[in-house]
Ligand binder design. Structure first.
Ligand code: ADP
Length: 234
């Protein structure tokens, strides 16, 4: 996917500033940046939720259309409270996928919880349901916006490893927004750094998978340095 000269201006704020970049197919690309850098705005433009100046794959952003070929994973699991785990997934899929849903729920560690309602699941289990749903929904691009940010460390490691493994088995292109260098260094094959709507870093992360959560690849230091150099104390 090629993003060319994307500018997004809110009233008074230039959230994306003439941003050009490519998202390589079949890779996990992280977008790192401090709060307010423009990460979520970038995802919204890609999702077709906001008009913007510039083009994505040659298509102008002036009259955006919501993309149907994207799957999402957000910080909040976004489950409907009156549907079971299985029904929450079936809700977004074509009919007749019951067996595949059961199989995927087992792969994410929720065997036996198919008929549980969200209030009967822990925070981690709810996020497992949303991970299962994100991978089952037919997509060409998986967009992840800080899905691990609110988790405690053990759960974060466990769910990041789950996403890594599913992505390895299923393949596909992933765009992963995070403010956390350790998360980017654990999952991504390439990290982009945003600052005030501009690209200030673009680093391949070549370390083989699976990676050790406690010993991040050396690129993590370089990413932290780029972020710290750009940072301002507010
Ligand atoms: P990030 O996801 O990196 O924290 P955002 O994309 O949410 O950054 O925000 C980028 C900038 O745009 C910030 O300065 C933010 O205050 C501003 N912004 C985001 N959404 C809106 C909006 N709906 N209206 C006005 N300003 C916004």
């Amino acid at each position: 996917m090629i993003l060319s000269h994307i500018t997004k201006q809110y009233r008074g704020t230039r959230a994306l500033d003439d941003l050009s970049l490519d998202i390589e197919e079949g890779k996990i690309t992280a977008v790192l940046g401090e709060s307010g850098a423009g990460k979520t705005t970038l995802l919204s433009c890609i999702m077709g939720l906001l008009p913007f100046e510039g083009e994505i794959d040659g298509v102008s952003g002036k009259k955006p259309k919501r993309r149907k070929d994207c799957s999402y994973l957000f910080q909040d699991a976004l489950l409907l409270p009156n549907l079971t785990a299985e029904e929450n997934i079936a809700f977004v899929l074509p009919t007749g996928m019951g067996e595949r849903i059961k199989e995927m729920l087992a792969r994410v560690g929720l065997e036996g919880k198919e008929n549980a309602y969200p209030h009967e699941l822990s925070g981690g289990e709810k996020q497992r349901v949303s991970i299962a749903r994100a991978f089952l929904y037919p997509h060409t691009l998986l967009l992840m916006d800080e899905p691990f940010s609110s988790l405690d460390l053990a759960l974060k490691r466990s769910l990041m490893e789950l996403v890594r493994k599913l992505r390895e088995e299923e393949g596909g292109t992933v765009l992963f927004v995070t403010h956390d260098v350790q998360e980017a260094a654990f999952l991504a094959e390439r990290a982009l750094v945003l600052h005030r709507g501009k690209l200030i870093g673009d680093l391949p992360i070549a370390a083989p998978q699976p990676r050790d959560f406690l010993s991040p690849p050396e690129e993590a230091r370089e990413l932290a340095r780029i972020l710290l150099d750009s940072g301002e104390i507010k």
